[in-house]
Design a protein. Structure first.
Length: 590
């Protein structure tokens, strides 16, 4: 243990001398107030420390004590349903001690030491186990079975194991190692946040993460284990989109990181999630959610740690064989924290003042996602999907954080302020967004949803693209200059935009759409287009075709409940056939 003295204070940066025996990334306690910090640079016997609490009132000469261990998180039963700050301090427990305002230097264990959990063994004395093997289980919530695993590097013969009720620090199993060492296993593990948890093998993502959001699932899908970015200006709907993904994504566990965003947004999450019912389990969404809050009014330096804290917890559940979705809102605020610390360290700035290593730090974060086979003899397959919001100033995605992110991620959901102003939500621009997973997921969609899914998706994107080109002509010379077939394309594309892509997050039915319903909705719009195009060739009047009554039914399909989609699609087919026939019968004679 190394004890030094403060020689310099610059906001959240504290420099201490006499720290020659300390190591990079060691956690330290600063001053008699015991503020928590982390060593981020060592020069000679001087250590630069980023302090995760308010440093006002500190003075030079005050003691700095190194704990000798890196910044780590506690992993075990009790994570689900909790809200932590950026360094995994439980905010609810702190509130009980200090009231509504955080007190500096407060020390509270991350996981409740007094709560009793029922442990059910999965192995018995004499069994051989290896790193990652499941030793037993704990029912953490009604829908999450928490698997107690042998920590990485721990393996051998089970000497003893016992079931029953235990606190997380109690020993439940003893393992004799191959080197004659003996390891006592409790319900809790510790893991350094800056080091990715190991796995046996990384797999290619080949299954989609179903989100229930039509513009995402149908046009720009993300794979389980994939990475996506949502850049967009203020007010374009980044946070609501991430809330929707957290609510409805087909993931076993959701880790939501509020990194530097406004506190009222985290308040919305805390108010909404306990009341929302998971459509897959019928239970509260909080029973599969971990929340990490390091909002804009909390210490800047802790934003940087919050991202790593969240992804380490997510990796832990991935190792159990679960599909985990991590939402980071937003990585821009995290990058700003990097920029502030870099400036105080007097490092050479890169573009727009960001550190030169911004891109590599972003890559280190995103590459911890993936679909993997976990350690252990049972070869569990888990997935960690990472979705990061980016908040470029003024919506300019040419700035460094957006550009560095786009070089890494494979899905880009570009939010458009113009769409948001038109009240089109989610405001994902279909002309600038893309998904590099679409091709590899095509066979899954065709096999599991409909054989012509990919064909319909391609036609929808083509119509939207053609509409954008025709729209330029309309702006110049007006709609009357278009041919009947081009005008029909414009109407079909409008139907796609308004009836399919537009989705109400706060409507009880429209907030989530199954793949089957998405397919039928796409098919109904294209059925109108194909039927009208045929009628147009046979001489029907374009005005009558674009105003047929069945278009109202196509537009209201989104509000039909999931159990009635087949009936509604059959009704739309019948109405379209009747309306098109009527338009043909009344065609003008020339």
């Amino acid at each position: 243990m190394s004890i030094g003295k403060i020689t310099k204070i610059s906001g959240p940066l504290v420099v201490a001398s006499g720290m020659r025996d300390a190591n990079m990334f060691d956690v330290v306690r600063v001053s008699d107030k015991r503020l928590i910090g982390e060593i981020i640079e060592i020069r000679g016997d001087k250590a630069s420390i980023q302090v995760y609490e308010e440093t006002s009132g500190l003075g030079t000469g005050e003691p700095v004590e190194s704990t000798g261990v890196p910044l780590s998180v506690e992993l075990g039963p009790g994570l689900i349903g909790c809200i932590f700050d950026g360094i995994q301090r439980p905010l609810e427990e702190i509130r009980k001690i200090t009231g509504n305002n955080l007190t500096r230097g407060v020390e509270v264990p991350s996981l409740n030491r007094e709560k009793v959990w029922h442990f059910t063994p999965c192995v018995k004395a004499g069994d051989k186990v290896e790193s990652g093997d499941v030793l037993g289980t704990v029912c953490e919530t009604d829908i999450v079975l928490h698997k107690i695993m042998a920590a990485p590097g721990v393996g051998g013969t089970v000497k003893s194991i016992s079931g029953g009720d235990f606190k997380i620090t109690d020993t439940v199993c003893v393992i004799d190692g191959d080197d004659s060492s003996e390891t006592a296993v409790s319900l809790i593990q510790r893991w350094p946040v800056r080091k990715g948890r190991p796995y046996s093998k990384k797999l290619s993502p080949d299954k989609p993460l179903i989100t229930g959001q039509r513009v995402i699932d149908s046009l720009f899908p993300i794979a389980k284990g994939g990475v996506a970015a949502i850049p967009g200006p203020f007010g374009s709907g980044k946070t609501v989109t991430q809330h929707q993904l957290a609510k409805w994504a087909e993931a076993d566990i959701v880790v939501y990181i509020g990194c530097g965003e406004r506190g009222n947004e985290m308040t919305d999450v805390l108010n909404e999630f306990p009341e929302l019912i998971d459509p897959n389990t019928g239970k509260s969404l909080m029973e599969r959610t971990v929340l990490i809050a390091n909002t804009s009014d909390m210490p800047v330096a802790a934003r940087e740690a919050s991202i790593y804290t969240g992804i380490t917890i997510a990796e832990y559940f991935r190792d159990m064989g679960y599909s985990v979705a991590l939402m980071a809102d937003s990585t821009s605020r995290w990058a700003e924290a990097l920029r502030e610390m870099s400036g105080r360290l007097e490092e050479m700035p890169g573009e727009e003042g960001y550190p030169a290593y911004l891109g590599s730090r972003l890559a280190q974060f995103y590459e911890r996602s993936g679909c993997v086979i976990s350690l252990g003899s049972d070869r569990r397959e888990g997935a960690l999907s990472v979705i990061g919001a980016v908040s470029p100033p003024g919506g300019d995605i040419s700035e460094p954080v957006s550009q560095a992110t786009l070089r890494i991620v494979k899905v880009f959901w570009g939010l458009d302020a113009n769409l948001a102003y038109k009240r089109h939500f989610p405001a994902i621009n279909w002309l600038t967004s893309y998904s590099l997973y679409a091709e590899s997921l095509a066979s899954w969609f065709n096999a599991n949803t409909a054989p012509d899914w990919t064909e319909l998706r391609g036609r929808v994107l083509a119509l939207l693209s053609e509409e954008a080109a025709l729209d330029e002509i309309v702006k110049l010379v007006g709609m009357d200059a278009l041919s009947a077939s081009d005008r029909l394309k414009m109407e079909a594309a409008r139907s796609i935009r308004e009836d399919f892509l537009h989705q109400l997050a706060f409507h009880e039915v429209d907030t989530y759409t199954s793949l089957k319903k998405q397919y039928l909705m796409m098919k109904s719009v294209l059925l109108f287009y194909d039927s009208a195009a045929e009628a147009l060739v046979l001489g029907a009047d374009i005005e009558k075709l674009v105003n047929i009554p069945s278009r109202e039914a196509v537009g209201r399909f989104k509000y039909v409940s999931e159990d009635k989609t087949d009936e509604e699609f059959a009704r739309i087919q019948s109405m379209l056939s009747s309306d098109i026939s009527a338009a043909l019968e009344s065609k003008e004679e020339f």
